[in-house]
Design a protein around this ligand. Structure first.
Ligand code: WTA
Length: 652
């Protein structure tokens, strides 16, 4: 996943750029230390002050943190607010004409949307949703391309207190159906399709198929005509066009004031066991950390042009495309396409054309673009950039240095941000005007975030030793529960052995300066191109194929994707070989794409007569991980039931 050796020997330190620090919101180590000290001495007072400063409340809160139902913590519980008001209405007096969104489509065409226009579109859509009978607490699935309408749909839900659940457009009809059914959504908002790299992605067909395969809760489907090519079928009485739904609606819509704990959204993510978990986020607490981290870590100001390349189908798109930047009232770029189309200069041309000042992307994209050589970015004027961010997986020092040197011109601080779907916002990241950076480290916890590294019993671990990354105190934007499954929430994140600490599922170590270095997942979750995939989910998909008897999936380090998916498969009947094996590999890869989505396709499939198992029947994944890397199994294999299988699997 990363080059451990280079991380362990990495000792370069980059102090904050003094010009940057002079203008930064938090411009010195002393300022950071003062915030940390404030949070340590008066935890609730610290968060109450932030919540009053950054959020607009309809009804102010009196209670800050309620721990009576721990670990289901409640923040600002008696306060009321509306997220869309915080993201739009409160900016209007001063910024009605300011550009909120610069949307560049796959084909390069550009639309701009002002805060007033965003307000009007959100109000019309919110009124449209009401006309379909959607009210507070109803779940709405959003399955759209990476276009501004995705944010409009999310904010329209928030305006009326409906709970959205965005499903990434790259997930298949089957994956979509599972998510729809888990939420019990009444409505799906989709498009006829989206464009990525010059190719149309047919979203509406997937929605039709999902519903055909059984989504009893869905009453209506709203379809945006993004392609406008009549490629989609319209089901009478169920489907309504976005344009028809919104055209005659008023451009004002009274926002519904919701309790701070009212769920703003559900977002599904992979865990180590079972099906994806619906991570439930709150309104007030979530929004607070989303705003605060955009202000602190990205230092966003009124004149910035901000661009986060993540899709709204992921948490990064929620906190760093839709909610955080809009709540701060900045101008942002939204991009529908992919970094390689029409060529590998796309990102850099867009930075130049839109004068992007703060740019946030994933290590997998940086590594892929680095491979194309320095000449590509050097053709563009990147002087507008003042800060770079990365997220999603550990960044190897080589990629960090390239980002720093070639993209950042050695002047832009790099914010390596560690966080998760469940944490809602950045947890460990450098404040760019205050904290010196080291390539490959996400540096220090943000003020108010009590991150630590402990052993399996919750006891602290000294410097330079790996352990469990935990957060010892609840924070406002934390996951509230797994939708419909409190027990799974408690078991996954607050195991009894850990004294009530939040267990992130990552291992990490701290160096002598207290800097955090993330080492990877401790569970059976893979990180492929910055996307979380549960090995169990892929295994379940494989064994659902009629030809497959058994399957085990592991990760293997991959230069660009971080990790690649390797599947070991036992077929019913004879083990396929030669041309049969090749045909079966293709069948199974396509099958996984259909069951989950193309991102989960195994990079490699090996067939065995069986799998290496202990005498008690447990698959020895440690050995499979070795084999996937091409290493002869090391260590103790004496507990193995069937040692001969190793050679068979190695030999492919
Ligand atoms: C990994 C994405 C190292 C980590 C925001 C975590 C990282 C998982 C970093 C969450 C980082 C995220 N350095 N590893 N800066 N950021 N991760 O839920 O393993 O899609 O647990 O949230 O990604 O992935 P998720």
């Amino acid at each position: 996943m990363h080059n451990l050796e280079s991380i362990l020997t990495e000792n370069r330190v980059f102090p904050p750029n003094p010009d940057f620090a002079a203008k930064a919101r938090i411009g010195s180590r002393a300022a950071y230390d003062a915030l940390v000290a404030e949070a340590t001495s008066d935890y609730e007072g610290f968060w109450a002050r932030q919540a009053r400063e950054w959020l607009t409340w309809d009804q102010p809160f009196q209670t800050v943190l309620d721990e009576s139902k721990a670990p289901h913590y409640r923040w600002f519980g008696d306060g009321k607010l509306n997220a869309s008001v915080n993201c739009i209405d409160r900016h209007l007096p001063a910024k009605a004409k300011k550009t909120a969104i610069i949307a560049e489509a796959d084909d390069g065409s550009v639309r701009t949307i002002s805060y007033q226009q965003l307000h009007d579109q959100v109000a019309q859509m919110a009124n449209g949703l009401k006309s379909l009978g959607i009210t507070k607490g109803d779940r709405v699935i959003i399955y759209l391309p990476m276009i501004p309408e995705a944010s409009v749909a999310m904010l329209a839900c928030a305006r009326i207190g409906a709970i959205h659940s965005v499903v990434f457009g790259g997930f298949s009809a089957e994956a979509l159906r599972d998510r729809i059914n888990d939420t019990g959504a009444k409505l799906v908002i989709t498009a006829d399709g989206g464009m990525r790299g010059g190719r149309a992605v047919p979203l509406k067909t997937a929605v039709d198929k999902a519903i055909e395969h059984g989504c009893p809760s869905v009453e209506r489907v709203v379809m945006l005509e993004r392609l406008g090519n009549d490629s989609a079928t319209i089901v009478d009485g169920r489907d309504v066009l976005w344009s028809q739904l919104t055209a005659d609606q008023p451009t004002t819509c009274e926002p519904v004031s919701v309790e701070s704990e009212h769920p703003l959204f559900l977002l599904y993510t992979s865990g180590s066991t079972g099906k994806p978990k619906g991570v439930q986020h709150s309104t007030g607490g979530y929004l607070l950390n989303a705003i605060l981290t955009n202000a602190w870590v990205f230092d966003l100001k009124d004149d910035d042009v901000y661009w986060c390349t993540a899709d709204v189908g992921w948490i990064t798109g929620h906190s760093y495309v839709t909610y955080g930047p809009l709540a701060l009232g900045v101008t942002q770029v939204i991009f529908e396409g992919v970094p390689s189309y029409p060529d590998g200069g796309r990102f850099w041309r867009m930075v130049q054309d839109h004068k992007v000042s703060v740019f946030y992307t994933a290590p997998t994209a940086i590594r892929a673009l680095m491979k194309l050589g320095d000449e590509v970015p050097k053709q563009y004027d990147l002087s507008s950039l003042r800060l770079l961010g990365t997220v999603g997986e550990p960044i190897n020092p080589e990629a960090w240095m390239w980002y720093h040197r070639v993209i950042g011109g050695e002047r832009c601080p790099i914010a390596d941000t560690w966080w998760q779907t469940e944490t809602g916002a950045h947890m460990i990241a450098p404040l760019p005007g205050a904290i010196p950076t080291k390539p490959g480290s996400c540096t220090l916890p943000l003020p108010g975030i009590m991150a630590d590294i402990v052993d399996d019993d919750g006891a602290p671990i000294g410097p330079n030793q790996g352990g469990n990354l935990v957060i010892k105190r609840p924070w406002p934007s934390m996951i509230r529960t797994v939708w419909g499954d409190d027990a799974r929430f408690q078991r996954s994140y607050f195991p009894e052995t850990l004294k009530g600490y939040y267990l992130a599922g990552d291992s990490a170590r701290r160096d002598d300066d207290g800097y955090f270095w993330i080492m990877g997942r401790i569970d059976d979750v893979l990180n492929v191109s910055g996307h979380r995939l549960g090995t169990m989910e892929i295994e379940s998909a494989l064994v659902a194929h009629p030809a497959v008897a058994e399957a085990a999936v592991v990760g293997r380090p991959h230069d660009i994707k971080g990790e690649a998916v390797v599947a070991f498969v036992v077929c019913k009947g004879e083990r396929p070989q030669g041309a049969d094996a090749e045909a079966m590999i293709k069948t199974l890869r396509d099958w996984v794409a259909e069951q989950i989505g193309p991102i989960a396709k195994p990079d490699e499939i090996r067939f065995g007569d069986n799998l290496p198992k202990t005498r008690s029947g447990k698959i020895m994944r440690r050995l499979l991980r070795g084999i996937a890397k091409g290493e002869l199994p090391q260590g103790d294999v004496s507990t193995l039931e069937n040692p001969a299988i190793l050679e068979q699997l190695m030999g492919q």
